[in-house]
Ligand binder design. Structure first.
Ligand SMILES: CC(C)(COP(=O)(O)OP(=O)(O)OC[C@H]1O[C@@H](n2cnc3c(N)ncnc32)[C@H](O)[C@@H]1OP(=O)(O)O)[C@@H](O)C(=O)NCCC(=O)NCCS
Length: 142
């Protein structure tokens, strides 16, 4: 598996792995912005994009993983772990945050397996499905 930074030529491939982008124009617009902002990394297996992740600094100026998706066929093979590990390496801040819905057990299990700590709950974003925040302190001087 290779982890690469995404460029404009990867946008179609990113849209094809993101099931929301297929029917949501806003998501496609975000994808274009993330790629042009140099915020997106790809997981590539056999020349095919099997997942992508986005790292931004708009959350209280801290590193924040705002998107992480692995294609269904490639799940439970370490792709999500590889993407998050890469973001930990390149993150410019000493703290890395992310969040997921309470209903998203796979993401919560991934966070636990990578030693992320719970960092609070925000209600009222998605009705009836609170957003759980996670945090990891990164090593090194950043
Ligand atoms: C969450 C997601 C990114 C995980 O990606 P992945 O490539 O399957 O994760 P990994 O293979 O690296 O999993 C690492 C560990 O996390 C845990 N884990 C991941 N998915 C799990 C699941 N469905 N059930 C239980 N544990 C799970 C396991 O401990 C796993 O290790 P193991 O397979 O050796 O048991 C993937 O399920 C996904 O894309 N989901 C849809 C999008 C999404 O919810 N994104 C996150 C919120 S924005």
């Amino acid at each position: 598996m290779k982890i690469n930074g995404a460029t404009e030529s990867d946008i179609e491939a990113i849209i094809s792995v993101d099931h929301v982008a297929a029917h949501d124009e806003n998501r496609r617009r975000y994808i274009c912005e993330w790629v042009s902002g140099d915020s997106t990394i790809l997981a590539i297996v056999d020349d095919a994009v099997v997942g992508y992740a986005v790292l931004e600094y708009t959350f209280f100026w801290q590193g924040f993983i705002s998107m992480l998706i692995v294609t269904e066929a490639s799940r439970r093979k370490g792709v999500g772990t590889a993407l998050v590990s890469h973001l930990e390496e390149i993150c410019k801040t000493g703290k890395l945050f992310t969040s997921t819905n309470k209903s998203n057990e796979p993401m919560q299990a991934l966070m636990q397996s990578m030693s992320y700590e719970p960092s609070g709950i925000v209600y009222n974003l998605d009705d009836g499905d609170p957003e759980l925040f996670y945090f990891k302190k990164l090593d090194g001087n950043r």
